[in-house]
Write a protein that binds this ligand. Structure first.
Ligand code: CS2
Length: 502
């Protein structure tokens, strides 16, 4: 599409002015009912679930199932303002080497900023129209102890909400209070649908919500246990954080002035367990897979996709890469990622109708997409929460069945060095984004080239792996090799060993 000069501000009134190649909502937004409330409206949600709903609304004879977004974090005021300035419309740009396309999404029709008006947020959740409350609140929103999997009742946010249950600040506090209002009003419950990248995300949210509700009122706890459904789901679409150049790109290329567009890849996948206590949209009409058991899909994705992201993240950051596709353009890293996936494959579940070699091939292509500019900083972020979910269980299982986990172990070492060094191999500082950054930097530095200090952080590494002396030594070797030989020579050494073994 040719470059345009005058971009128009996105809103309901300007839709007819947009270039006709841009897909805009053809359904009537004004008549939609707010049956879904989504907590945590970020780039990913807007590139994924909201797009599927938009697809469905374009189908003939569908229910008028719309969505209300909700922000619970003080920083969500940015999203409130961005969406508020454009009737909750926003642009999704799909980018790949084959080209760019833009589409305006209209399934989101309202946005509620809870910190500004908690009563409004609670009543939105408690409203008879609300049938599903979905969540992308990231790992931290679940208050789970990484090592034990237990609910962290002592967290200050939980303590606050228990003291003031009618003015909650956490998503859990909001869900519990809203469900209590429904219970007392004789209204049916809503389904709580987690869309976060946690294994058994439905089981996890059920567990923590019941634990929290039990601390408030056992009757409420029982009512939730008996009435609310918590489907597990697997969600997938690589969605980088939106950066200022994306705004000018959308304005210059598509003529849309959008305060917060989303840039994403063409690929998307959503697999959900068909377990909804108060109805659901007919997602199967738009490519969503509704299955009985999501676990194999989740495990395959976390071990291969998210695990590979970790594999390239810290080694890539230490090597000074900015974007994921740059890493994949490097023959040595590309070979490493392919071998990393091969090493994980023995513990990837078999899914009838899914070919693991093809899935891996598609991942290599997706990671190599040269146009979405997925940031290395993004895939490095919050590693203290990601490691125990996406990498350490794979190592444990591979070792338990007598398979090699050398390349996965190298990734653990690279994560330690990333904290210990804090700079790339050219001495440029690395921006570390992690809720536990300060603590981990201190521990990693105290250990230096000795991995044991970091490996003794039980809330990340747990008990089991660290009692395996052989593995502890392997991490130590990998860390020393990386620190003394540098990333490239280490990768070469590990790859030639892996090839010799295969
Ligand atoms: C990424 C994921 O956060 C990460 O490190 O691995 O956000 C990944 O891009 C998504 O899970 C893709 O669906």
């Amino acid at each position: 599409m040719a470059r345009m000069k005058n971009a128009v501000k996105l809103n309901d009134a300007s839709l007819p002015l947009l270039d006709h190649e841009i897909q805009t909502p053809q359904f009537e937004r004004g008549v939609l009912r707010q049956h879904t409330v989504h907590i945590g409206v970020g780039g990913f949600h807007r590139a994924h679930q909201a797009v599927y709903l938009d697809d469905l609304l374009e189908q003939p004879d569908t229910e008028r199932w719309g969505e209300c977004g909700m922000g619970v974090l003080p920083t969500d005021d940015h999203m409130r303002d961005a969406l508020g300035s454009q009737n909750c419309l926003y642009t999704v740009v799909e980018r790949s080497a084959q080209g760019n396309s833009a589409r305006v999404i209209g399934s989101l029709i309202e946005y509620v900023y809870a910190p500004g008006n908690i009563e409004n947020a609670l009543e939105k959740l408690a409203a008879p129209d609300t049938r599903i409350v979905s969540l992308t609140i990231t790992e931290g929103g679940y208050f789970i102890d990484e090592a034990t999997g237990d609910f962290v009742q002592s967290h200050p946010a939980i303590q606050h909400d228990l003291l003031k249950p009618k003015q909650p600040t956490s998503s859990l506090g909001l869900l519990a209070e809203a469900l209590d209002r429904r219970r007392q009003r004789g209204l049916p419950p809503f389904t709580v649908m987690s869309c976060d990248n946690l294994q058994g995300n439905g089981h996890v949210i059920r567990k923590v919500l019941l634990a929290y509700a039990g601390l408030r009122n056992v009757e409420l706890q029982r009512w939730i246990a008996d009435n609310v459904s918590f489907p597990n789901s697997m969600v997938d679409r690589i969605t980088p954080a939106t950066k200022p150049p994306d705004l000018s790109f959308v304005a210059d290329t598509f003529g849309i002035e959008d305060a917060w567009p989303v840039v994403t890849e063409p690929f998307r996948q959503w697999v959900i367990e068909d377990n909804f206590c108060n109805g659901r949209p007919q997602w199967e009409r738009v490519g969503v897979q509704l299955v009985e058991d999501v676990a194999p899909y989740e495990i395959m994705k976390m071990r291969l996709l998210n695990g590979s992201h970790l594999a390239m993240a810290y080694l890539g950051a230490l090597s000074g890469f900015t974007y994921v596709h740059e890493i994949m353009d490097d023959w040595l890293f590309r070979g490493f990622i392919a071998s990393f996936m091969d090493e994980v494959t023995p513990i990837v579940p078999h899914i009838p109708g899914t070919s693991v070699p093809e899935y891996k091939q598609t991942l290599i292509q997706r990671f190599s997409n040269p146009t979405i500019n997925d940031q290395v900083t993004r895939i490095c972020s919050e590693g203290s929460a990601k490691m125990p979910k996406w990498l350490l269980p794979s190592i444990g299982e591979l070792l338990a069945q007598g398979d090699s986990a050398k390349l996965l172990t190298l990734v653990v070492a690279s994560w330690i060095l990333y904290f210990a060094r804090g700079t790339d191999e050219d001495g440029r500082p690395i921006e570390i984004v992690d809720a536990r950054a300060q603590e981990l930097i201190t521990i990693a530095r105290s250990g230096g080239n000795d991995a044991r200090a970091m490996l003794s952080v039980k809330t990340i590494f747990g008990e089991q792996l660290t009692t395996n002396q052989r593995w502890m030594e392997d991490v130590g070797d990998a860390l020393r090799t990386l620190a003394t030989m540098g990333v490239r020579s280490t990768l070469q050494r590990y790859l030639s060993r892996a090839q010799a073994l295969s």
